[in-house]
Design a protein around this ligand. Structure first.
Ligand SMILES: [Zn+2]
Length: 280
């Protein structure tokens, strides 16, 4: 079955780029999006991630005290732009359960909610470092306990044309979603890959959410060929293994849809182009 992917803008945050690419461009402030993904086939609508709840934005600041926008109205507006009401979503898949991905699960009481089993454990038992940084939104727990949930383990074809791959590293139970389309498989990796430079270390420019292009530092040789980790990883060994796995799934760089990447915000795939500066 072939699917269409609509990349939904669900808010944005101004954040030092060094958070996304550890040790590179630590002083460069980039305004990047929170994203969700609407997957549409002839008969089904699936949502991947739900953005952040507005409770997490106090005085215009979100995670780590950084200036941000977001909340359920952003998600509802983006769904509406794509002719979709929340009741039409039959399944919500979570790449992981961080606050900016699971925060609006309450909008889908009748959907099936799908995430990795380990992510559920982590959400309920965060480490002190995760609590301090408020990585998880504990208010989603009662909703998810009440809703129909499927906690997957391992890799699986969840429904025709939608594959789920366990890709830990950023969190314990990270999932990467592979979506069959008429142009091959598109890969939604969650925050294991925030932006394209995480997988393409030699990039020398990137766009922010306004479309402005910024010069960025290509990763020095010591980073190695596999990728540039973000500053928010709980298991570096797992991250490199997951990156290896994701590389095996990718038909081309433009089949990758990173979860905080401005270059794909608001676009539809297959169909739209991506303005990417990746050296051969
Ligand atoms: Zn995350």
């Amino acid at each position: 079955m072939d699917w269409k992917i609509h990349v939904l803008y669900v808010g944005d945050i101004i954040c030092p780029k060094g958070v996304s690419t550890f040790g590179l461009d630590t002083d460069l402030q980039i305004n990047g999006p929170y994203l969700a993904f609407l997957l549409v086939s002839k008969s089904k609508k699936i949502l991947v991630d739900t953005g952040m709840n507005s409770r997490f934005i106090i005085d215009g600041k979100a995670w780590a005290g950084l200036p941000a926008k977001g909340g359920e109205k952003f998600l509802l507006e983006s769904l509406k732009k794509n002719d979709t009401q929340p009741e039409e979503i039959e399944t919500v898949i979570y790449t992981h359960l961080h606050n900016d991905h699971a925060g609006n699960c309450h909008l889908f009481p009748n959907a099936l909610h799908v995430f990795h089993y380990d992510e559920w454990t982590e959400l309920q038992n965060p480490l002190p470092s995760m609590r301090i940084r408020k990585d998880f939104d504990p208010d989603v727990i009662p909703y998810l306990k009440k809703f129909r949930c499927l906690r997957v383990t391992g890799d699986t074809e969840f429904t025709e044309g939608i594959h789920l791959y366990h890709t830990p590293g950023h969190t314990i139970g990270g999932l990467t979603v592979g979506v069959n389309t008429s142009d091959g498989v598109y890969v939604i990796p969650g925050d294991i890959i925030n932006i394209y430079q995480n997988l393409f270390p030699k990039m020398s420019s990137m766009v922010d959410i306004t479309g402005k292009r910024h010069k960025i530092t290509p990763a020095p040789e010591e980073y190695g060929p596999l990728g540039v980790p973000s500053a928010i990883l709980y298991d570096h060994y797992a991250w490199y293994r997951s990156i290896w796995k994701i590389r095996g799934l990718l038909k081309s760089p433009k089949h990758l849809l990173p979860c905080h990447e401005s270059a794909i915000c608001g676009k539809t795939f297959p169909g739209d182009s991506i303005d990417l500066d990746i050296p051969e």
